[in-house]
Every structure is written in structure tokens, then in C-alpha cells.
Design a protein around this ligand. Sequence first.
Ligand SMILES: NCc1[nH]cc(CCC(=O)O)c1CC(=O)O
Length: 309
Amino acid sequence: MSNCIRIATRKSPLAMWQAEHTAALLKSLHPGLEVEIVGMTTKGDQLLDSPLSKVGGKGLFVKELEQGMLEGTADIAVHSMKDVPVEFPEGLHLAVIMERENPYDAFVSNNYEGLADLPEGAVVGTSSLRRECQLADRRPDLQIEPLRGNVNTRLAKLDGGQYDAIILAAAGLIRLGFESRIRSCIDPVDSLPAIGQGAIGIECRIDDQRVHDLIAPLAHRDTTDRVLAERAMNARLNGGCQVPIGGHAVLDGDQLTIKGLVGTTDGKRILRAEATGPRAEAEAIGLRVAEDLLGQGAGEILAALHESH
Ligand SMILES: NCc1[nH]cc(CCC(=O)O)c1CC(=O)O
């Protein structure tokens, strides 16, 4: 028992990869440690046919994993930071943010190199309102069609011929060995990534010191500051619902710069803001971007979206 750590994870190939990656890092840090992976099915996995924006609900992909930790069937949960809600159940917290993979959106197609060379009226698959909003702004002529399912399923749908191109997170493709399918990474000016995109986080019981000691060395300082700034912005804006929000922070030495975006799904209104400051104030810088967006009218856009769901 005391020499074992159990990892709760979803069973999608990407989630399993991330859990196994974390397991391998833990084993190499702590020789002799036993690591057990506990695969679980979440509500989000069961509702793969409905658009995520309609399914709604916070923590669709994490609730069952959290239940497992609270009941003691698992010790930690490994999540894509992008899917981690702002709030945690009592007794649990986010203890560690690991090193970020490529945080950008990837353009995947069998015929075209990037957004710029897609012909007029081309069909692009994505079920992310954030991607849809920015695509519609950049290329109002494109036809955007829903695309759900795990990374492997989405690639199979592209190959089935229903889409001219699809947009996915570069990180998921790289982790699963599909880097060669990325025709180009989309410039963040054209598609500002999701809060936390490309980063993996570890959640655990707040009072479990043994587990904290085991996972602490996995924390990555630069990624942590960047993602904390992004999450502070997001928390002030909405609390994690499915709305077109982008947020991405970068570091230049000790200077942290974060860009934020809120828009309407049709891309007809897009608000943008940016703030810079010392990394030690990461969360305050994220909040400043949120306040700037709210000052421009983000509150109305978000309220209208919440109502329509
Ligand atoms: N929404 C599902 C999801 N959650 C995390 C990733 C990719 C990996 C990451 O961002 O860390 C994806 C797939 C995608 O958006 O293409």
C-alpha cells in the first residue's frame, strides 16, 4: 500500500498515454515504487455523439476520477489541463502542473497545407466553439462542421472524406505519434489556444502528504506560471463553461505576457486583450486581461451564451 500509487484516468488513448507517461516518470524518480493505472469511464466519454457545447456541465471529463480519489480507489488523477474545471471538490486540489507540450492548434488535412490555402467554402471539422469563432473570423466563407470523438476517431473521420481539414490540439497528436499528420501549426494570432492547452496536471487529496512528496518533482515551473495566469483569467471570466474563450501565456525571462480572447461563436464579435508583468504576479496578470475583456463587454457575450445552453 504505502509503496504504491494508483492513477485514475479516462480510457481514451490520449488519457492513457498521459497516465502511462506520468507512471513512467514516477517510477524513474522513485525506484521500487509500484504504479497502478485505474481506467475509468466519464460522462463526457459516454456522450460522444452530442456536441460538447450542448452537453454542458462542469467537469464532464473529471467527475468520476475525482470520486475515485475521494473514495480511496485512486490516489492521483492525471488530466489534460484544458479539461480541468476552475473549482475542485472539497478535499481535492491541483498539486502539480507538468511540462507543456506544443500548445498550439494543428491544421490537419490530406489535401491542404494550412488555413490560407483552403479553397472557398471548404468544410472544416471542429466542435470547439473557440476554434469555430476564430475560424469564422479569419475565413467567413468556410463551412464549419461538428467533429467529436477522441483524437484517433477524429483522424479516421477526416480520412473518411467528410472534411477538407480538421483542427486538433497539436499536443494530442504529438503524444499519440501522429505528428506527421500535422500540416501546419496555426499561428496564435489566427487561433489563440485554449487555457491550459498542451499541459498535463495532477490532482490529488489535499491532505495526502505521501502522495505530494512523490509527485512534487514532476512540477514544471515555467508551465506552472503560464497555466496559472491562463486559469486566473478564465476563472474571472466564466468558471469553465463551454464558451469561445482563448488564453495563452508566454515567458520571456521573468516577463510573463498573456493574451486573452472572448468572442461570439459566429466570429462576428471578438474581443482581445493582453497584459505583461513579472512572472511572480502570474495570476494578477491573468486577472488584468480578464478585467480588460470585461470592460470591453465580454460579460454580455458570455451571458448570452450561457442563456442559449
Ligand atoms: N478537448 C479534448 C482534449 N483535451 C486535451 C486535448 C489535447 C491535448 C492537450 O491540449 O493537452 C484534447 C484534444 C483536442 O483538443 O484536440
